[in-house]
Write a protein that binds this ligand. Structure first.
Ligand SMILES: [Zn+2]
Ligand SMILES: [Zn+2]
Length: 399
């Protein structure tokens, strides 16, 4: 990671690094709060710009009103119509970093999480099971919600194309543009879209995360987040942190000029602390909730993680090597007095990429010297050329 490299390099050169962010990483903020880093705070916004107003819409209530959950809530539809009438621009954001669909209880918003790791479980419809992609915990898909006994378990999700179609249907006169990996594959096409946006040739822009960073659009006065749950349900212990950062960045896209922007976030979990503190623009409170979760489950910054990724074109060889590597890892962990925890191996959330099957295993513990020693040992003992193993220290994602 570039940040880690900068810190190491500065140490070697005896230089000072300034880490600046409106949404600092939990680890950096922890280091600042525990006096490992010096802490400086800006208490005023640039030019004292007002913060956007953020509304959270509960999609569970939408289901009751419409019979089935619509892609756009009434609040969102009305806000888009008003923005169109004012001849201003709307940005509708669909996060694609998580799974395409997620399971949620339509009555109470319950999310299926791993009892061991607290990360979201992924549903495998074909086998009617749900599965943890950290520790391989597997359970049968449940017909009833374990929290409220409701039978309304929804598999919810939508793509940019489907969203675009829905907007065309609702707003036939509007100039709509989609910006995702499909429409920006050609070189220069992203610039064209951004240029059209700047010249007010687009009324509604539908897009994925690429529009969240680095661009400033003064005429966008409405930002709509279609499903915050996609991000909250990432199979990653950092899902809340990433959601808070993503939402804060997306919210910052609108109303940077003199007009104050409005942000609408659709979700099945309106009470989730990542959303509540995003709404209040309150990073310190978000941090104090998040750090307690990390402490309780001994996730970083209270430990370090090394992710071992195994991949192969041959599924059987991969499974065999993964099991063998897991067994060896547990042996090595025992030799180190079990100061480290071996989690997995299990199928990676993206189980197959470009013909390569993928498995992953986590080595977690407080002592990074022991973690590295175990990873090094495993790599040395690895012989099968049919299976590739790579080591990812402090991984940024677990897909
Ligand atoms: Zn429920
Ligand atoms: Zn698990």
């Amino acid at each position: 990671h570039a940040r880690d490299l900068a810190v190491v390099k500065a140490k070697m050169q005896k230089a000072v690094v300034v880490l600046g962010s409106a949404t600092p990483g939990i680890r950096s903020y922890y280091n600042a709060r525990t006096q490992k880093y010096a802490f400086l705070e800006l208490t005023q916004r640039v030019q004292n710009r007002p913060l956007p107003r953020i509304d959270i819409v509960d999609m569970k209530a939408q289901k009751e009103a419409h019979g089935k959950t619509p892609i756009l809530s009434d609040t969102m539809t009305l806000a888009i119509a008003e923005t169109l009438a004012r001849k201003e621009q709307s940005l509708l954001f669909l996060n694609k970093r998580g799974f395409d669909t997620f399971l949620v209880c339509g009555d109470c918003g319950y999310n299926f999480r791993c009892p061991n790791c607290a990360v979201a479980l992924k549903s495998h419809l074909a086998e009617s099971i749900i599965k943890c992609h950290y520790c391989d915990h597997t359970q049968k898909s449940m017909p009833l919600c374990p929290n409220c006994r409701s039978g309304k378990i929804l598999s919810y999700g939508t793509g940019t194309q489907k969203l675009e179609k829905e907007i065309e249907r609702l707003f036939p006169g509007a100039r709509i543009c989609r910006m995702d990996s499909d429409t920006t594959a050609r070189k220069g096409s992203q610039e064209e879209i951004l240029c059209a946006l700047e010249q007010k040739k687009i009324d509604i822009l539908v897009g994925t995360q690429m529009i969240t960073k680095g661009h400033d659009f003064p005429f966008i006065t409405l930002v709509g987040v279609i499903a915050a749950d996609t991000s909250l349900n990432m199979p990653d212990f950092r899902a809340s942190e990433k959601t808070f950062q993503m939402l804060t960045q997306v919210a910052g896209r609108g109303g940077r000029g003199t007009v104050c922007g409005r942000v609408i976030i659709q979700t099945f979990n309106p009470e989730h602390y990542a959303l509540q503190y995003t709404q209040k623009h309150d990073y310190p409170s978000f941090y104090s909730d998040e750090i307690e979760f990390r402490r309780a489950l001994q996730y970083p910054p209270f430990s370090r993680i090394i992710c071992l990724r195994l991949s192969s074109g041959k599924k059987d060889a991969l499974m065999e090597t993964a099991q063998e590597t897991g067994r060896k890892a547990r042996e090595l962990a025992a030799r180190h007095g079990n100061a480290v925890e071996i989690i997995g191996p299990s199928e990676s959330p993206l189980a197959k990429i470009r013909g390569q099957y993928r498995q992953q295993m986590l080595i977690k513990g407080r002592n990074s010297r022991i973690l590295h020693a175990i990873a090094f040992d495993l790599m040395e003992k690895h012989e099968t050329s049919a299976v590739k193993i790579t080591v990812d220290v402090d991984p940024e994602n677990f897909m």
